[in-house]
Design a protein around this ligand. Structure first.
Ligand SMILES: [Zn+2]
Length: 72
């Protein structure tokens, strides 16, 4: 196991992350700010719902695409 392997943010999950959930809490973050959670295939929906019901979720992108977008 390498430290470079991104791991799912769900509690107790050690699976490799596939998705990036970008979110923003308007009460504490400026509108452009993006916090990120990582999610495996299994937890993407669960974590998306958690953020979605609070109105925090902005974007769900594949980790590969997120990283390539950052490098660009
Ligand atoms: Zn997971």
């Amino acid at each position: 196991m390498s430290d470079e392997t991104p791991i799912c943010s769900a509690k107790g999950c050690r699976a490799e992350a596939v998705w990036v959930l970008a979110w923003n809490n308007p009460k504490i973050h400026t509108p452009e700010r993006r916090k990120t959670w990582l999610a495996c295939e299994e937890h993407r929906e669960h974590l998306s719902q958690f953020l979605g019901v609070r109105g925090f979720l902005k974007d769900v992108v594949l980790l590969k695409e997120w990283e390539s977008a950052r490098e660009a």
